[in-house]
Design a protein around this ligand. Structure first.
Ligand code: DMJ
Length: 637
């Protein structure tokens, strides 16, 4: 504004009448101002409104001409949202935007897989040539793959091998790795994970030593089977982490104090995956006979379970009397329980040269194979007397169903890929997932595996337990199964991570429901009774596999975020770690006063391995992890 010029009201300024240049122009403007002043306020408002409307229309036209069609999406990507669209049009546009982002994500996932395949192919080619060392033939799938020309490899859809697992090694089971080598190097993150293990171990040792379960708030303990379960479940974690003091304490307790001569009913599945698996794995990693002797004793005490009319094992057995029976709460065994003992019993037979254990579990696997299924999917209950599935039972990859599928694949791998029916059943089950259980949530299209209630009706519910499945699918792909298994694995891993990331504590609830309704604002629904976190391992287990096979750093970042959340919300000063009641309440997560043994056996072990750069540490062409993260050897002979 020119200095000394009269001030005008705001409206004259808006209308652009504040230019006081001399002459004709000036006179014309002054007469316009006089006219404007003579108008009533209603007339002035109408004029203002008309001018405003005209301005907006002009903007719209200019924008349309520039973009072709306002706010639409093109092959090349999104354009800016036009603010003045009506709500219907905006909804449509947002839907298009979601579809576009999803398409891009899928494209990205596809590219990622292709890159992995390419990279691994290059690695395979580079490593071809005669193996070094007298017993240095490539073991596992490696030996076969090197014979197969590329074209045939493509036709057969054989797996690429990740650099870390394509090793020239001396023997099938470990024995050569010096876990307690003082020269072993650890990253800062691995040291933090070791510290978490040592911290929990110290609390357990102080307040619950020799007992099954530790309660870190009350600093007390309780028994489940009365076999020092936390110790036997954790020995191999101490070994893998190179923690010699903790290992020696555990070994001494096993040697001097562990006895299975207990007048106690135990659950066949739980004691097998935790105690039998733990002892066998400790044996393989150390070759210390004490673990083998204890494992054999336990195996003998569990064998009476298989004396059922159908040979499908009873769920429980008394360790001293050998009295086996169905669960106290119902007539049926859980399907996952009778099919998740095979890796351990087979390994026990191979280690002891006593075929009884392997024979017992082979009969079960073959029987379950012969039963009718829904596209490879099984109901979660089976009767040990009749040997039949309960037809109306739910189908799920969560509780009571999960590890049936896991052990189909892992048994096939454990036995050198020779038991074809296991692979077929696994492939059929993945087909069943695709046909019946795989859906995407709204609004972010998170892929998830739902359930069939009563074997029929779809429910968008997913247990955290299901998060083992991305890792298993990736393992299958790595062992030659189709590429779309890996594509599903990549998407499911993200979903499982989001189950942590979307919670205020950054810890996953036990169960989530996925939103189906278009226009929903949150993908996840968590019911109050499902909001607890038991320190479960499944997501970090999958992150471990995904990182091993892809070397994509985001899996490490996600794992680290989860570890930090455990440290923040579940660590109890001076005592250990506790499960919590509510992952949605950072200010009051509420302690359950329980340290599950699988936190030490699995969660911390998989986290530690996720951050390992040592390709010889539990290579996945030599070991297969049981359902409780105990590595057992792959038998190729
Ligand atoms: C573990 O005992 C095993 O991983 C089992 O197969 C499933 N549940 C727990 C961990 O969540």
């Amino acid at each position: 504004m020119i200095e000394g010029a009269p001030r005008h009201n705001q409206m004259t300024t808006i209308l652009g009448f504040d230019d006081y240049s001399n002459g004709k122009e000036n006179k014309k403007r002054q007469s316009l101002i006089r006219v404007w002043k003579r108008l009533s306020s209603l007339q002035r408002s109408v004029i203002c409104f008309v001018l405003l409307l005209g301005g907006i229309s002009a903007l719209y036209i200019v924008n349309s001409v520039r973009q072709g069609r306002t706010g639409r999406w093109t092959q090349d990507g999104p354009r800016e949202l036009a603010d003045f669209l009506d709500s219907k049009e905006r909804q449509k546009m947002e839907q298009e935007k979601r579809e576009y982002i999803q398409k891009m994500k899928e494209k990205h996932a596809q590219q990622q897989v292709m890159e992995i395949v390419k990279k691994n192919k290059e690695n395979t080619k580079r490593k071809k040539g005669p193996p070094s060392g007298n017993r240095g033939a490539k073991l596992g799938q490696g030996a076969d793959m090197d014979q197969i020309p590329d074209e045939k490899e493509r036709q057969l859809n054989l797996p690429p091998k990740s650099a870390g697992d394509d090793l020239v090694v001396d023997q099938a089971s470990d024995g050569t790795y010096d876990y307690f080598d003082p020269q072993r190097q650890y990253s800062e993150k691995q040291k933090a994970i070791q510290d978490a293990f040592k911290f929990a171990w110290k609390g357990y040792k102080q307040h619950a030593w020799g007992h099954d379960e530790y309660h870190p708030i009350s600093k007390s303990h309780s028994e489940w089977f009365g076999v020092g379960l936390t110790i036997v479940d954790s020995i191999d974690t101490a070994i893998i982490m190179g923690l010699k003091d903790e290992y020696l304490e555990a070994r001494e307790w096993v040697d001097k104090s562990l006895t299975f001569d207990k007048n106690k009913d135990v659950n066949l599945f739980e004691i097998t995956i935790r105690a039998l698996g733990g002892l066998l794995s400790a044996y393989h990693l150390t070759k210390d006979e004490v673990f083998k002797t204890k494992a054999r004793d336990l195996g003998n005490r569990l064998l009476p379970c298989f004396k059922s009319p159908s040979k499908v094992p009873f769920s429980d057995v008394n360790l001293r009397t050998g009295n086996a029976h169905p669960p106290r709460w119902g007539p049926d065994s859980s399907t996952s329980e009778v099919t998740t003992i095979q890796l351990e019993f087979r390994d026990l037979s191979r280690v002891t040269k006593d075929t009884r254990y392997e024979h017992a579990i082979d009969v079960v696997s073959e029987h379950v194979h012969s039963l009718p299924k829904t596209d490879g999917l099984v109901p979660i209950f089976i009767n040990a007397n009749t040997g039949s599935f309960r037809n109306s039972a739910t189908i799920t990859f969560g509780a009571r169903g999960d590890s049936y599928y896991e052990y189909l694949l892992k048994q096939w791998i454990q036995t050198g890929k020779k038991k074809d029916y296991l692979k077929k059943d696994y492939m059929a089950a993945v087909g069943g997932i695709k046909a019946h259980l795989l859906r995407e949530s709204e609004p972010n299209k998170l892929l998830y595996i739902g359930e069939l209630l009563g074997g029929r009706s779809f429910s968008p519910k997913m247990d955290h337990l299901v998060c083992f499945m991305p890792g298993t699918l990736a393992l299958g792909y790595q062992n030659g199964l189709p590429q779309d298994h890996m594509e599903i694995a990549i998407k499911l891993t993200r979903t499982c991570y989001e189950m942590y990331n979307k919670m205020p504590t950054k810890l996953s609830p036990e169960i989530v429901y996925f939103n189906q309704a278009p226009g929903s604002s949150d993908d996840l629904i968590v019911k109050p009774l499902d909001a607890h976190n038991l320190l479960r391992p499944e997501t970090v287990e999958s992150l471990f596999y995904m990182y091993r096979f892809t070397r994509d750093k985001k899996y490490r970042e996600w794992g680290w975020q989860i570890f930090l959340a455990f440290m923040k919300y579940t660590k109890i000063d001076g005592a250990g770690f506790s499960s919590i009641n509510n992952v949605k309440s950072p200010s009051n997560p509420g302690y359950k006063d329980k340290l599950e043994s699988f936190f030490l056996a699995e969660t911390l072990k998989y986290l530690f391995l996720l951050f390992s750069d040592d390709p010889k540490l539990i290579p996945l062409d030599k070991f297969v992890f049981n359902s409780e993260a105990h590595p057992l050897p792959i038998y190729t002979e």
